[in-house]
Design a protein around this ligand. Structure first.
Ligand SMILES: NC(=O)c1ccc[n+]([C@@H]2O[C@H](COP(=O)([O-])OP(=O)(O)OC[C@H]3O[C@@H](n4cnc5c(N)ncnc54)[C@H](O)[C@@H]3O)[C@@H](O)[C@H]2O)c1
Length: 262
């Protein structure tokens, strides 16, 4: 990776990206390295994370790549141990994993009770477990910052009209998971008062990923200027939140959505 023109706001700090092989995760890794951090790339899909890191041309002085499953406590504790021993004390973690089962994404009437429970458990349960493991760790080790990736659909109910004439919908599990995640993060912020545990959520609007063109046009109508966003529109905010400039931001939900939720 090109080390010219690096911005050093994160200055050698070890930051863990969980879901590092994903659409948003890859962008977070690039931005954090650009801003001077050491980055631990963690994902359930280890081969995809390794492939991404080799394309990026990262150096083992600044990065490590490792497996993690956010629904498994031992896996999360192992991630902390490996990251700390290879890249030094952990400054923060951003969780952008997206676990879901094969039936995820059905229209409301077709969602089975078992699938509803399983998806809440994998996703909101996984974010709970990750936040719990890291918050406990940070409280014992002088502090740290957890950023959970929520969504505009944790803030407002769906605008179902933007899915008209497309095969897409907004799953009910997603609304429950993301609204729960925003409140969970505020709960943890208050619980750890005085322990230097910073925990915030970032709620992106829709990220362009070659979705159905009718959807893209209808989505744009619900926004102010831009419509669907690029991953880079989110990653710079992640870097800011991990920087000293954001030390007063705690228990907050940062919405980045070109006005979609207005
Ligand atoms: N893409 C969007 O438009 C958008 C908009 C708003 C919010 N979000 C949120 O951002 C986050 C990331 O979205 P994305 O589009 O980058 O998803 P993605 O599917 O591209 O990437 C998610 C990553 O999570 C990993 N993962 C899945 N299960 C895991 C587990 N149990 N443990 C560890 N890693 C696991 C996957 O291997 C994958 O690399 C999600 O929480 C999503 O809800 C996305």
């Amino acid at each position: 990776m090109d080390k010219q023109n690096h911005n050093q706001t994160l200055d050698g700090k070890n930051i863990i990206v969980i879901g590092a092989a994903g659409l948003l995760g890859q962008s977070f890794v690039r931005q954090l390295l650009h801003d001077g951090a050491k980055v631990t790339l963690a994902d359930h899909a280890l081969a995809a994370a390794e492939q991404f890191a080799s394309e990026l041309g990262v150096s083992s002085d600044d990065t490590m790549i490792t497996h993690v499953d956010i629904t498994n406590r031992q896996s999360l504790e192992g991630l902390i141990d490996r990251s700390r021993s290879q890249l030094g004390e952990i400054h923060g973690v951003v969780n952008t994993a997206y676990p879901r089962n094969k039936n995820y994404g059905r229209v409301f009437e077709d969602v089975e009770y078992q699938d509803f429970c399983e998806n809440i458990s994998l996703n909101l349960g996984g974010y709970f477990l990750t936040s719990q493991v890291f918050a406990k760790y940070f409280a014992r080790h002088g502090g740290g910052h957890i950023i959970n990736i929520a969504s505009i659909y944790g803030v407002i109910p769906p605008k179902f009209e933007i899915y008209r004439d497309t095969p897409m919908t907004m799953p009910v599990e997603y609304a429950v998971i993301k609204s729960g995640l925003i409140h969970l993060s505020k709960y943890i912020a208050k619980y750890y008062k005085g322990k230097k545990v910073q925990i915030n959520t970032v709620s992106p609007g829709g990220i362009f990923d070659h979705q159905h063109e009718t959807f893209v046009a209808q989505y744009q109508d619900a926004c102010l200027n831009i419509g669907m966003l690029q991953p880079e529109d989110i990653s710079q905010a992640i870097s800011f939140l991990f920087s000293p400039a954001a030390r007063g931001v705690n228990g907050q939900n940062l919405v980045i959505d070109d006005g979609f939720t207005l």
